[in-house]
Design a binder for this molecule. Structure first.
Ligand SMILES: NC(=O)c1ccc[n+]([C@@H]2O[C@H](COP(=O)([O-])OP(=O)(O)OC[C@H]3O[C@@H](n4cnc5c(N)ncnc54)[C@H](OP(=O)(O)O)[C@@H]3O)[C@@H](O)[C@H]2O)c1
Length: 345
């Protein structure tokens, strides 16, 4: 456990950042809340008895001060198009690991493209999308692979009973849409394709009790960035239940509200990862409550493993590549229910 080590959390007073701060404190770390809003920072720091440090993405010296004496930084400040570069640069200067929870495809792709060489050369660890989207699906797909080194297809289907988006989710989606233009992305035949047709409406058979559900196919999320970075799979597709797509797209869907004392909402999720090779199918699924809240144990578990050397690589990397995926997933047992078939159980 953390033994009081300082971990900087940029974007700490956001909805997700708050879960991350609480999870780090519960694991024995000393979170250092950081961000650009003095009052929000002060209130959060007082609530947890912590020392906060003001910093802004535009001011490198302020980021250096925020990261001073920290053993790692977790970036929860999205839209990440603005924050990823400056916070990674600060982490490289401070020679500490960087993890983020970004689910912006363009920002995720940029991190791999722009920092891989420098990070490897420096022996630095940079883990983008270490969260519900990008992290959990990647771990499940990797665990489902078992002893396979390649597969024909990976499919990751999300069953969310509802999706009340935070302001950060809405802003990040808007930034992604603006950067991408009037197209959607899919990963097929080992390449990114820009498509202008409508995403397909399909049915997906989730494990019981969820069962057969209407989904939108090619609802491309961060797992489509992370999975092909390290698994030899030319077709990677993600799917989302239609109710959740409607919720997140509707302008007036309210933000999530707490349904229990930990602050979790009553949203439920099931993530179903299927890999196929030569007509054989392997599967791993995880279910739990609240996609924002569960991001905290995901990123905190990752941090703990990076700091204790339970890693397989350096550079810009994803959860499935750097960690032992089945072991990581089992460690999340208090937060997710897991079913791995047929390997790695
Ligand atoms: N991959 C996943 O599964 C996953 C899970 C959870 C969250 N996320 C992503 O994480 C981000 C945050 O989500 P959230 O739910 O925490 O949203 P939120 O409650 O709106 O919080 C956003 C936080 O980011 C900060 N921020 C935004 N732009 C900033 C900038 N330029 N400089 C400094 N701070 C900045 C905000 O501070 P101000 O108030 O000062 O703007 C706030 O603290 C979103 O992009 C979301 O999509 C992804």
């Amino acid at each position: 456990m953390g033994s009081g080590q300082q971990v900087a959390v940029f974007g700490a007073y956001g909805h997700t950042g708050r879960f991350v701060v609480a999870e780090l404190a519960a694991r024995g770390y000393s979170p250092v809340p950081s961000g650009r809003n003095a009052q929000a920072l002060r209130e959060l720091a007082q609530e947890h008895g912590l020392e906060a440090r003001m910093a802004s993405a535009e001011d490198a010296a302020s980021l250096d001060r925020a990261l001073a004496s920290a053993v790692a930084v977790i970036n929860c400040a999205g839209p990440f198009a603005t924050t990823t570069g400056p916070v990674i640069e600060a982490a490289l200067r401070a020679k500490i690991p960087y993890l983020d929870v970004a689910a912006e495809l363009e920002a995720n792709l940029d991190t791999f493209a722009h920092y891989q060489d420098r990070a490897r050369e420096a022996g630095a660890v940079i883990v983008p999308a270490m969260a519900f989207f990008g992290g959990l699906g990647d771990l499940l797909a990797t665990a489902a692979m078992g002893d396979w080194t390649a597969a024909d297809e990976a499919h990751i289907a999300y069953a969310l009973n509802s999706w009340r988006p935070t302001a950060g989710t809405r802003l990040s989606s808007a930034v992604s849409r603006e950067r991408r233009g009037d197209v959607r992305l899919r990963y097929s035949g080992g390449q990114w394709e820009r498509r202008t047709d409508a995403a397909p409406a399909l049915q997906w058979t989730f494990p019981e009790p969820v069962g057969v559900r209407e989904v939108i196919g090619e609802f491309t999320m961060a797992d489509v960035v992370t999975v092909p970075q390290h698994l030899s799979i030319p077709d990677v597709t993600t799917y989302m239940t239609v109710e959740a797509v409607r919720d997140v797209a509707a302008p007036h869907t309210p933000a999530p509200t707490a349904a229990d004392r930990s602050g979790r909402s009553d949203q439920t999720f099931l993530v179903d990862a299927v890999v196929r090779s030569g007509g054989v199918e392997r599967r791993a699924t995880a279910s739990g409550q609240d996609i924002y809240a569960v991001t905290a144990p995901l990123v905190a578990e990752a941090l703990e493993r990076v700091l204790t050397g339970r890693t397989k690589t350096v550079g810009v990397t994803s959860a499935g590549e750097i960690f032992d995926a089945p072991d990581f997933l089992h460690a999340l047992a208090p937060y997710i229910a897991l079913a791995l078939h047929p390997q790695g159980a």
